[in-house]
Design a binder for this molecule. Structure first.
Ligand SMILES: [Zn+2]
Length: 234
């Protein structure tokens, strides 16, 4: 064997592991959906890490344009702001599970991972009346045990077609990024909270949504919840 081939093995293995954990289409640890059908001009706006004190500002923009989105809530944030979590449900939006405390699942035990999903599921249902059908992994990271936990809780994994980096970019950068990547069936990921932070500054997200929603409507897209996008007959 060529001696130069040796270093390639661990590099390839770690690259595979990184893709398995974070890749939007990876089924290594748990299967995830990352886009809807390409035959309809419909897209799903999704928001992670809420509810937060800023969530009502996003609800107001969505209501003004009469569109629906899906909010992947953290159980601990729902406990902190139950009225905001309920307002999301009352606005007709979808609610998904984004774990209880937003941990990085890598190196966690399967029992610990299942407990995170279960606590969030129970908290969201108790406070909003909605039992989520969709799960988005914190940091988009999947790990051993997640697949079993999702199955037991009847949760389907949802990643995204494009992510806005709204915790890092300026609003115009977020809008440009998503506008360049949107297409039929796209699932777009933004954040109405910042992990478990109280009173997070989500000004960039609000400004991006303010511009993004009319832009998507102008381009002829219908804005749907994840359930409507993935199961249009429901
Ligand atoms: Zn998150």
């Amino acid at each position: 064997m060529d001696a130069f081939a040796y270093p390639a093995i661990p590099v390839a293995a770690s690259a595979f592991l990184a893709w398995g954990v974070r890749g939007r289409a990876s089924n290594v640890f748990a299967s995830s959906i990352w886009r809807g059908a390409r035959d309809r001009p419909a897209v799903a706006l999704t928001f992670d890490d809420g509810p937060s004190e800023g969530t009502p500002r996003i609800l107001e923009i969505l209501a003004r344009h009469q569109v629906r989105a899906t909010f992947f809530q953290c159980g601990a944030n729902v406990e902190r702001l139950p009225a905001v979590a309920r307002a999301v449900a009352q606005g007709g939006h979808g609610i998904g599970n984004h774990s209880h405390t937003h941990p990085l699942f890598c190196l966690r035990t399967p029992t610990g991972i299942e407990e995170e999903l279960r606590r969030a599921q129970e908290t969201i249902e108790a406070r909003t009346g909605v039992r989520p059908a969709w799960f988005r992994a914190p940091f988009g990271a999947r790990w051993f045990g997640l697949s079993r936990a999702q199955k037991r809780l009847q949760l389907a994994g949802v990643m995204w077609t494009a992510i806005g980096y709204d915790w890092n970019l300026k609003a115009e950068g977020v809008v440009e990024r998503l506008a360049a990547r949107v297409s039929n069936g796209a699932i777009l990921c933004l954040h109405d909270g910042r992990q478990l932070r109280a009173k997070p500054d989500i000004g960039v997200t609000v400004a991006a949504v303010e511009r993004l929603v009319p832009m998507l409507l102008d381009r002829g897209y219908k804005l749907e919840t994840v359930s409507q996008l993935l199961c249009p007959t429901i």
